[in-house]
Design a protein around this ligand. Structure first.
Ligand code: AOF
Ligand code: ZN
Length: 364
Protein backbone atom coordinates (compact mmCIF):
# COMPACT_ATOMS: atom_id res chain seq x y z
CA UNK A 1 0.00 0.00 0.00
CA UNK A 2 1.19 3.45 -1.02
CA UNK A 3 2.78 5.21 1.98
CA UNK A 4 1.20 8.56 1.21
CA UNK A 5 -2.27 7.03 1.14
CA UNK A 6 -1.72 5.31 4.50
CA UNK A 7 -0.76 8.66 5.98
CA UNK A 8 -3.95 10.26 4.59
CA UNK A 9 -6.05 7.45 6.04
CA UNK A 10 -4.36 7.76 9.44
CA UNK A 11 -4.89 11.54 9.39
CA UNK A 12 -8.58 10.81 8.78
CA UNK A 13 -8.60 8.38 11.72
CA UNK A 14 -7.28 11.17 13.96
CA UNK A 15 -10.02 13.53 12.79
CA UNK A 16 -12.50 10.80 13.77
CA UNK A 17 -10.77 10.26 17.13
CA UNK A 18 -11.23 13.94 18.04
CA UNK A 19 -15.01 13.54 17.74
CA UNK A 20 -14.92 11.58 21.00
CA UNK A 21 -13.99 14.62 23.10
CA UNK A 22 -14.47 14.65 26.87
CA UNK A 23 -17.32 12.09 26.63
CA UNK A 24 -14.69 9.32 26.48
CA UNK A 25 -12.78 10.40 29.62
CA UNK A 26 -10.81 8.96 31.27
CA UNK A 27 -10.30 6.81 28.16
CA UNK A 28 -8.31 8.11 25.20
CA UNK A 29 -9.89 9.47 22.03
CA UNK A 30 -9.39 6.81 19.34
CA UNK A 31 -10.37 6.62 15.66
CA UNK A 32 -10.37 3.69 13.22
CA UNK A 33 -10.80 3.30 9.45
CA UNK A 34 -11.40 0.13 7.39
CA UNK A 35 -10.10 0.30 3.81
CA UNK A 36 -9.41 -1.93 0.81
CA UNK A 37 -6.31 -2.63 -1.29
CA UNK A 38 -6.85 0.49 -3.41
CA UNK A 39 -6.93 2.62 -0.29
CA UNK A 40 -10.65 3.28 -0.57
CA UNK A 41 -12.26 3.94 2.82
CA UNK A 42 -15.15 1.55 3.44
CA UNK A 43 -16.02 2.25 7.08
CA UNK A 44 -15.10 4.62 9.90
CA UNK A 45 -15.54 4.67 13.65
CA UNK A 46 -14.46 6.36 16.83
CA UNK A 47 -14.73 5.74 20.55
CA UNK A 48 -17.82 7.80 21.37
CA UNK A 49 -18.27 7.57 25.10
CA UNK A 50 -16.73 6.01 28.18
CA UNK A 51 -17.87 2.40 28.57
CA UNK A 52 -19.05 2.22 24.95
CA UNK A 53 -17.65 0.31 21.98
CA UNK A 54 -14.04 1.03 21.10
CA UNK A 55 -13.24 2.70 17.77
CA UNK A 56 -12.31 -0.54 15.99
CA UNK A 57 -15.60 -2.19 16.93
CA UNK A 58 -17.62 0.82 15.79
CA UNK A 59 -15.79 0.77 12.42
CA UNK A 60 -16.36 -2.98 12.00
CA UNK A 61 -20.05 -2.57 12.88
CA UNK A 62 -20.35 0.33 10.43
CA UNK A 63 -18.78 -1.83 7.71
CA UNK A 64 -21.78 -4.10 8.08
CA UNK A 65 -20.25 -6.96 6.14
CA UNK A 66 -17.29 -9.33 6.24
CA UNK A 67 -13.95 -7.59 6.69
CA UNK A 68 -12.02 -10.49 5.15
CA UNK A 69 -9.04 -9.23 3.19
CA UNK A 70 -9.49 -5.61 4.26
CA UNK A 71 -7.06 -3.44 6.27
CA UNK A 72 -7.61 -1.24 9.30
CA UNK A 73 -5.88 1.96 10.44
CA UNK A 74 -6.31 2.79 14.11
CA UNK A 75 -4.80 5.71 16.00
CA UNK A 76 -3.97 3.58 19.08
CA UNK A 77 -2.74 0.00 19.27
CA UNK A 78 -5.86 -2.16 19.68
CA UNK A 79 -6.55 -3.13 23.27
CA UNK A 80 -5.93 -6.71 24.31
CA UNK A 81 -7.95 -6.93 27.52
CA UNK A 82 -11.44 -7.67 28.78
CA UNK A 83 -12.45 -4.32 30.31
CA UNK A 84 -15.81 -2.62 29.87
CA UNK A 85 -15.77 -4.31 26.46
CA UNK A 86 -13.97 -7.41 25.05
CA UNK A 87 -10.51 -7.03 23.43
CA UNK A 88 -10.45 -5.24 20.07
CA UNK A 89 -7.46 -7.39 19.05
CA UNK A 90 -9.68 -10.50 19.17
CA UNK A 91 -12.53 -8.81 17.30
CA UNK A 92 -10.18 -7.61 14.55
CA UNK A 93 -8.73 -11.09 14.07
CA UNK A 94 -12.19 -12.69 14.13
CA UNK A 95 -13.44 -10.20 11.52
CA UNK A 96 -10.79 -11.34 9.02
CA UNK A 97 -8.84 -8.06 8.81
CA UNK A 98 -5.58 -8.86 7.01
CA UNK A 99 -3.36 -5.98 8.17
CA UNK A 100 -3.49 -3.34 10.90
CA UNK A 101 -1.76 0.07 10.83
CA UNK A 102 -1.32 1.88 14.14
CA UNK A 103 0.00 5.36 15.01
CA UNK A 104 0.75 4.86 18.75
CA UNK A 105 1.31 2.03 21.17
CA UNK A 106 -1.07 1.26 24.04
CA UNK A 107 0.64 2.66 27.19
CA UNK A 108 -1.36 0.90 29.91
CA UNK A 109 -0.34 -2.46 31.26
CA UNK A 110 -3.93 -3.66 31.43
CA UNK A 111 -4.71 -3.08 27.74
CA UNK A 112 -1.34 -3.52 25.96
CA UNK A 113 -0.25 -6.43 23.77
CA UNK A 114 -2.74 -5.98 20.92
CA UNK A 115 -0.11 -5.88 18.16
CA UNK A 116 1.70 -8.92 19.58
CA UNK A 117 -1.60 -10.81 19.70
CA UNK A 118 -2.41 -9.90 16.08
CA UNK A 119 1.07 -10.98 14.93
CA UNK A 120 0.63 -14.27 16.76
CA UNK A 121 -2.54 -14.78 14.74
CA UNK A 122 -0.65 -14.11 11.49
CA UNK A 123 -1.99 -10.57 11.05
CA UNK A 124 0.86 -8.15 10.38
CA UNK A 125 0.85 -4.76 12.10
CA UNK A 126 2.70 -1.67 10.93
CA UNK A 127 3.57 1.48 12.83
CA UNK A 128 2.79 4.68 10.90
CA UNK A 129 5.21 7.37 12.15
CA UNK A 130 4.66 11.12 12.24
CA UNK A 131 1.48 11.38 14.29
CA UNK A 132 2.99 11.03 17.77
CA UNK A 133 2.97 14.74 18.55
CA UNK A 134 -0.66 15.30 17.63
CA UNK A 135 -1.84 12.15 19.43
CA UNK A 136 0.17 12.84 22.56
CA UNK A 137 -1.44 16.29 22.59
CA UNK A 138 -5.09 15.31 22.12
CA UNK A 139 -4.70 12.45 24.60
CA UNK A 140 -2.37 14.23 27.04
CA UNK A 141 -4.69 13.59 29.99
CA UNK A 142 -4.77 9.86 29.17
CA UNK A 143 -0.97 9.60 28.86
CA UNK A 144 -0.48 11.51 32.10
CA UNK A 145 -2.64 9.02 34.03
CA UNK A 146 -1.15 6.01 32.24
CA UNK A 147 2.43 7.02 33.07
CA UNK A 148 2.20 8.88 36.36
CA UNK A 149 -1.06 7.63 37.91
CA UNK A 150 -2.25 11.15 38.52
CA UNK A 151 -4.40 13.69 36.62
CA UNK A 152 -3.07 16.35 34.30
CA UNK A 153 -2.97 19.68 36.17
CA UNK A 154 -3.78 22.99 34.47
CA UNK A 155 -3.47 26.21 36.48
CA UNK A 156 -5.66 29.03 35.20
CA UNK A 157 -5.58 32.63 36.33
CA UNK A 158 -6.84 36.01 35.09
CA UNK A 159 -4.56 38.93 35.84
CA UNK A 160 -4.06 42.58 35.09
CA UNK A 161 -1.18 43.97 33.04
CA UNK A 162 0.64 44.59 36.31
CA UNK A 163 0.16 41.05 37.54
CA UNK A 164 -2.64 41.42 40.08
CA UNK A 165 -5.50 38.96 40.42
CA UNK A 166 -7.69 41.08 42.71
CA UNK A 167 -7.74 44.49 44.43
CA UNK A 168 -6.06 44.73 47.88
CA UNK A 169 -9.31 43.79 49.66
CA UNK A 170 -9.40 40.50 47.74
CA UNK A 171 -13.01 41.17 46.77
CA UNK A 172 -14.27 39.59 43.56
CA UNK A 173 -13.43 41.89 40.69
CA UNK A 174 -13.96 41.27 36.97
CA UNK A 175 -10.55 41.15 35.33
CA UNK A 176 -10.87 39.30 32.03
CA UNK A 177 -13.32 40.27 29.30
CA UNK A 178 -16.37 38.42 27.98
CA UNK A 179 -14.54 36.52 25.28
CA UNK A 180 -11.84 35.20 27.56
CA UNK A 181 -14.49 34.18 30.10
CA UNK A 182 -16.04 32.06 27.35
CA UNK A 183 -12.64 30.53 26.69
CA UNK A 184 -12.20 29.90 30.42
CA UNK A 185 -15.50 28.00 30.44
CA UNK A 186 -14.32 25.99 27.42
CA UNK A 187 -11.29 25.05 29.52
CA UNK A 188 -13.64 23.96 32.30
CA UNK A 189 -15.56 21.74 29.87
CA UNK A 190 -12.29 20.17 28.73
CA UNK A 191 -11.28 19.10 32.25
CA UNK A 192 -12.92 16.43 34.42
CA UNK A 193 -12.50 18.36 37.67
CA UNK A 194 -11.97 21.92 38.87
CA UNK A 195 -10.24 22.97 42.09
CA UNK A 196 -10.38 26.06 44.28
CA UNK A 197 -9.15 26.88 47.75
CA UNK A 198 -11.31 27.65 50.81
CA UNK A 199 -10.65 31.41 50.60
CA UNK A 200 -12.00 31.53 47.06
CA UNK A 201 -15.13 29.57 48.03
CA UNK A 202 -15.86 31.83 50.97
CA UNK A 203 -15.15 35.13 49.21
CA UNK A 204 -16.30 34.58 45.62
CA UNK A 205 -18.98 31.90 46.10
CA UNK A 206 -18.07 30.42 42.69
CA UNK A 207 -20.36 27.85 41.09
CA UNK A 208 -17.67 26.46 38.75
CA UNK A 209 -19.95 25.42 35.89
CA UNK A 210 -19.66 25.69 32.11
CA UNK A 211 -22.71 27.92 31.75
CA UNK A 212 -21.19 30.07 28.97
CA UNK A 213 -20.45 27.12 26.66
CA UNK A 214 -21.74 23.68 25.75
CA UNK A 215 -20.20 20.82 27.64
CA UNK A 216 -20.29 19.05 30.95
CA UNK A 217 -19.46 21.00 34.11
CA UNK A 218 -16.39 19.59 35.86
CA UNK A 219 -16.46 17.87 39.25
CA UNK A 220 -15.71 20.53 41.92
CA UNK A 221 -12.75 19.89 44.24
CA UNK A 222 -12.13 22.10 47.28
CA UNK A 223 -8.92 22.38 49.28
CA UNK A 224 -9.69 23.41 52.84
CA UNK A 225 -7.10 22.13 55.32
CA UNK A 226 -9.02 23.16 58.47
CA UNK A 227 -12.49 23.00 56.91
CA UNK A 228 -12.97 26.75 57.22
CA UNK A 229 -15.28 26.82 54.21
CA UNK A 230 -18.82 28.10 54.76
CA UNK A 231 -21.33 25.30 54.13
CA UNK A 232 -23.92 27.68 52.65
CA UNK A 233 -21.85 28.37 49.53
CA UNK A 234 -23.38 27.43 46.16
CA UNK A 235 -20.67 24.96 45.17
CA UNK A 236 -21.86 22.62 47.93
CA UNK A 237 -24.97 21.93 45.88
CA UNK A 238 -22.66 20.28 43.33
CA UNK A 239 -21.33 17.40 45.51
CA UNK A 240 -17.73 18.59 45.69
CA UNK A 241 -14.80 16.50 46.86
CA UNK A 242 -13.20 18.26 49.84
CA UNK A 243 -9.56 17.71 50.79
CA UNK A 244 -8.90 18.46 54.43
CA UNK A 245 -6.71 17.47 57.36
CA UNK A 246 -9.75 17.57 59.71
CA UNK A 247 -10.66 14.13 60.90
CA UNK A 248 -14.25 12.97 61.33
CA UNK A 249 -16.13 15.53 63.44
CA UNK A 250 -19.40 17.46 63.63
CA UNK A 251 -18.01 19.77 60.99
CA UNK A 252 -17.21 16.99 58.51
CA UNK A 253 -20.73 15.63 59.13
CA UNK A 254 -22.24 18.96 58.04
CA UNK A 255 -20.49 18.69 54.69
CA UNK A 256 -21.24 15.00 54.29
CA UNK A 257 -24.93 15.69 54.85
CA UNK A 258 -24.70 18.18 51.98
CA UNK A 259 -23.43 15.42 49.68
CA UNK A 260 -19.72 16.25 49.82
CA UNK A 261 -17.06 13.57 49.65
CA UNK A 262 -14.47 14.24 52.38
CA UNK A 263 -10.92 13.10 51.68
CA UNK A 264 -8.24 13.09 54.36
CA UNK A 265 -4.87 14.68 53.64
CA UNK A 266 -1.80 13.76 55.68
CA UNK A 267 -0.69 17.42 55.68
CA UNK A 268 -2.26 20.68 54.43
CA UNK A 269 0.27 20.87 51.62
CA UNK A 270 0.10 17.27 50.43
CA UNK A 271 -1.10 18.08 46.92
CA UNK A 272 0.63 15.05 45.43
CA UNK A 273 -1.38 12.83 47.77
CA UNK A 274 -4.59 14.65 46.86
CA UNK A 275 -4.20 14.29 43.12
CA UNK A 276 -3.19 10.64 43.51
CA UNK A 277 -6.56 10.11 45.24
CA UNK A 278 -8.34 11.94 42.41
CA UNK A 279 -7.00 9.35 39.96
CA UNK A 280 -6.98 6.21 42.13
CA UNK A 281 -10.43 6.64 43.62
CA UNK A 282 -12.36 8.91 41.26
CA UNK A 283 -10.64 8.23 37.90
CA UNK A 284 -10.28 11.96 37.30
CA UNK A 285 -7.82 12.45 34.44
CA UNK A 286 -7.57 16.25 34.49
CA UNK A 287 -7.83 19.02 37.08
CA UNK A 288 -8.23 22.72 36.33
CA UNK A 289 -7.00 24.80 39.27
CA UNK A 290 -8.74 28.19 39.33
CA UNK A 291 -7.44 29.84 42.48
CA UNK A 292 -6.78 31.49 44.69
CA UNK A 293 -3.20 32.65 44.70
CA UNK A 294 -2.13 30.33 47.52
CA UNK A 295 -3.38 27.16 45.89
CA UNK A 296 -1.87 28.29 42.58
CA UNK A 297 1.46 28.90 44.24
CA UNK A 298 1.45 25.54 46.04
CA UNK A 299 0.98 23.67 42.77
CA UNK A 300 3.81 25.66 41.19
CA UNK A 301 6.14 25.14 44.15
CA UNK A 302 5.51 21.43 44.24
CA UNK A 303 6.15 21.31 40.49
CA UNK A 304 2.81 19.69 39.83
CA UNK A 305 1.62 22.07 37.10
CA UNK A 306 1.54 20.52 33.62
CA UNK A 307 0.20 23.70 32.09
CA UNK A 308 -0.24 27.29 33.22
CA UNK A 309 -2.85 29.46 31.48
CA UNK A 310 -2.96 33.22 32.08
CA UNK A 311 -5.56 35.58 30.73
CA UNK A 312 -3.92 39.00 30.80
CA UNK A 313 -6.38 41.91 30.75
CA UNK A 314 -5.50 45.38 29.43
CA UNK A 315 -5.57 47.49 32.56
CA UNK A 316 -3.49 48.30 35.63
CA UNK A 317 -4.55 48.06 39.25
CA UNK A 318 -1.46 49.61 40.83
CA UNK A 319 -1.87 47.53 43.95
CA UNK A 320 -3.64 44.33 44.92
CA UNK A 321 -3.18 40.63 45.46
CA UNK A 322 -0.30 39.44 43.38
CA UNK A 323 -0.45 36.33 41.30
CA UNK A 324 1.88 34.13 43.26
CA UNK A 325 0.96 35.65 46.64
CA UNK A 326 4.12 36.74 48.40
CA UNK A 327 7.79 37.00 47.75
CA UNK A 328 8.47 34.55 44.96
CA UNK A 329 12.13 35.56 44.75
CA UNK A 330 12.81 33.48 47.87
CA UNK A 331 11.56 30.42 46.01
CA UNK A 332 13.17 30.49 42.59
CA UNK A 333 11.21 28.29 40.21
CA UNK A 334 12.46 26.65 37.06
CA UNK A 335 11.27 28.78 34.15
CA UNK A 336 8.33 27.59 32.09
CA UNK A 337 8.38 27.40 28.31
CA UNK A 338 5.94 29.31 26.17
CA UNK A 339 3.49 26.89 24.54
CA UNK A 340 0.84 29.09 22.90
CA UNK A 341 -0.56 32.61 22.72
CA UNK A 342 -4.06 33.55 21.64
CA UNK A 343 -6.00 36.77 21.54
CA UNK A 344 -9.50 37.17 23.00
CA UNK A 345 -10.69 40.67 22.20
CA UNK A 346 -8.26 42.90 24.17
CA UNK A 347 -7.13 40.09 26.48
CA UNK A 348 -4.24 37.72 25.79
CA UNK A 349 -4.31 34.05 26.70
CA UNK A 350 -0.80 32.77 27.37
CA UNK A 351 -0.10 29.06 27.85
CA UNK A 352 3.12 27.82 29.45
CA UNK A 353 4.38 24.34 30.15
CA UNK A 354 7.27 23.14 32.31
CA UNK A 355 10.58 22.74 30.46
CA UNK A 356 10.80 19.03 31.21
CA UNK A 357 7.39 18.46 29.68
CA UNK A 358 7.55 15.40 27.53
CA UNK A 359 4.46 13.45 26.79
CA UNK A 360 5.82 11.84 23.66
CA UNK A 361 4.35 8.50 22.82
CA UNK A 362 6.27 5.53 21.59
CA UNK A 363 5.90 3.12 18.70
CA UNK A 364 4.71 -0.41 19.40
C1 AOF B 1 -8.87 0.57 21.80
N1 AOF B 1 -9.78 1.31 21.13
O1 AOF B 1 -11.24 2.97 21.02
C2 AOF B 1 -10.03 2.74 23.01
C3 AOF B 1 -9.02 1.99 23.69
O2 AOF B 1 -12.60 0.02 29.99
P1 AOF B 1 -12.53 -0.27 28.54
O3 AOF B 1 -12.80 -1.69 28.19
O4 AOF B 1 -13.38 0.67 27.71
O5 AOF B 1 -11.00 -0.07 28.10
C4 AOF B 1 -10.42 1.18 28.21
C5 AOF B 1 -8.95 1.08 27.88
O6 AOF B 1 -8.76 0.64 26.53
C6 AOF B 1 -8.29 2.45 27.97
O7 AOF B 1 -7.71 2.68 29.22
C7 AOF B 1 -7.21 2.37 26.89
O8 AOF B 1 -6.08 1.71 27.41
C8 AOF B 1 -7.88 1.50 25.83
N2 AOF B 1 -8.64 2.35 24.93
N3 AOF B 1 -8.47 0.95 23.06
O9 AOF B 1 -8.40 -0.44 21.30
C9 AOF B 1 -10.39 2.37 21.69
N4 AOF B 1 -10.64 3.79 23.61
ZN1 ZN C 1 -10.28 -1.79 22.35
Amino acid sequence: MNEQRIREIMARAIVLARNGGPAVYPNPMVGAVVFDEEGTILAEGWHQRYGGDHAEIVALKNLGRSATGLSMAVTLEPCNHFGKTPPCSHAIAAAGIKKVYVAASEPTEKACGGCAYLSSRGIPTEFVPGFEKELSEINRFFYKTAREKRPWITLKMALTMDGFIAPPTGDPFPISGKQSQGEAHRLRAEHMAIAVGAGTVNRDDPILTTRLVEGKSPQPVIFSANLSVEPNRRVFDRSPIIFTTESASKRTDVFKSRGCRIEQLSSPTDLAGAIAILWDKYRINSLLVEGGARLYRSFIEQQLADEVVHFIAPFLLGEGISLAGGDSSSHPMPPFRLHAIERFDDDVKVVWRPPNYSNRISSP
